[in-house]
Design a protein around this ligand. Structure first.
Ligand code: PGA
Length: 257
C-alpha cells in the first residue's frame, strides 16, 4: 500500500530569513516522527540552503514551480534538472495562484508535467480544482476530468514513476473554509476513475496519489484522515505554524484511511 504524504506549501509568505528559521523548526519538530512522507516547498532561492538544514532528517524538499525546458534562453525560469541539483524530490505544478496571477495554462502545465517526468527522481504534484461558481453543479465533475486529461493525456507513466494529483477547490484555498470531507472523497473518486481510463487501474493504484488541499487545519483534519480515497494533504496557511502543521501531519499520516 502506498504511503500517505503531507506537503507544506510555504508560498511567498515567509521571507528568506524566516524560511530558514521555519526549516530549522520543522527539523526539530519532526526529529522523532515515525513516518517519512513529509515535504516542504519553500521559495526557489532558498532551496539549496533549506536542503542543507533538513539534511539527515525525514523531511523532503519540493519546489513551488518549474519550467518545461531543461536549458535555454528562458529568462527567470528554473528547469527540472536544476531543481534536482538543488535537492528537490517534488515540485508543485499548476497551482491555482499561478494560473490566476501568471496566466499559467493547461498546455503549459502539460509540458511541465512531461518535462518533470523526464527527469528521474522528481515527482510532479499537479494541482486541479474548480472555482466556487462551479461547486455543487453538474459542471464540477466535468471540470476535474478535463483538468486531469489536459495535464496527463498522451504522457506515458512507467512503473517506477510517481505522480501526485492535488485536488484543491479554488474557493477553499486560503479562505478558512474547507470542503466537506465527503465532497473531497467524491472528487477524488472522479479523479481516480479518470486516471484509470488513461493509465489503467494498476498504474492508478500504485503510481498515483490523490491528495486534498484548501484551508486544512488541525481542527478539521480528522474528518479527512478517515476518508477512503485520500492519499495525503497539501497545506498552505497552517504549514507556517510548525506545531499546527505537526498536528495535521500526525492525524493524517498516523490515522488509517
Ligand atoms: P491553504 O493553501 O491551506 O492556505 O488554503 C493551500 C494551497 O494553496 O496549497
Amino acid at each position: 500500500m502506498k504511503n500517505r504524504i503531507i506537503i507544506a506549501n510555504w508560498k511567498m509568505k515567509p521571507n528568506l530569513a524566516e524560511t530558514l528559521s521555519l526549516a530549522e523548526a520543522y527539523k526539530q519538530q519532526f526529529a522523532q516522527f515515525q513516518k517519512s512522507d513529509v515535504v516542504i516547498c519553500p521559495n526557489l532561492i532558498s532551496l539549496k540552503e533549506v536542503k542543507g538544514i533538513i539534511a539527515g532528517s525525514i523531511i523532503r524538499l519540493g519546489a513551488q514551480t518549474v519550467f518545461w525546458e531543461e536549458r535555454g534562453a528562458y529568462t527567470g525560469e528554473v528547469s527540472p534538472g536544476m531543481l534536482l541539483e538543488a535537492g528537490c524530490e517534488y515540485v508543485i505544478i499548476g497551482h491555482s495562484e499561478r494560473r490566476k496571477y501568471l496566466r499559467e495554462t493547461y498546455d503549459q502545465i502539460h509540458l511541465k508535467v512531461k518535462a518533470v517526468l523526464a527527469v528521474k527522481g522528481l515527482v510532479p504534484i499537479i494541482c486541479i480544482g474548480e472555482e466556487g461558481k462551479d461547486r455543487k453543479t453538474d459542471k464540477r465533475d466535468f471540470i476535474l476530468v478535463d483538468q486531469v486529461q489536459q495535464a496527463l493525456s498522451g504522457i506515458n507513466i512507467s512503473k517506477d514513476q510517481q505522480v501526485i494529483i492535488a485536488y484543491e477547490p479554488i474557493w477553499a484555498i486560503g479562505s478558512g473554509v474547507a470542503i466537506e470531507p465527503e465532497e473531497a472523497n467524491y472528487a477524488h473518486k472522479i479523479v481516480k476513475l479518470t486516471l484509470s481510463e488513461l493509465f489503467g487501474e494498476e498504474i492508478t493504484a500504485n503510481n498515483f496519489r490523490i491528495i486534498y488541499g484548501g484551508s486544512i487545519s488541525s481542527k478539521i483534519v480528522d474528518g479527512f484522515a478517515e476518508l477512503e480515497h485520500i492519499d495525503g494533504l497539501l497545506v498552505g496557511g497552517a504549514s507556517l505554524d510548525t506545531e499546527e502543521f505537526y498536528r495535521v501531519a500526525q492525524s493524517m499520516l498516523h490515522n488509517k484511511g
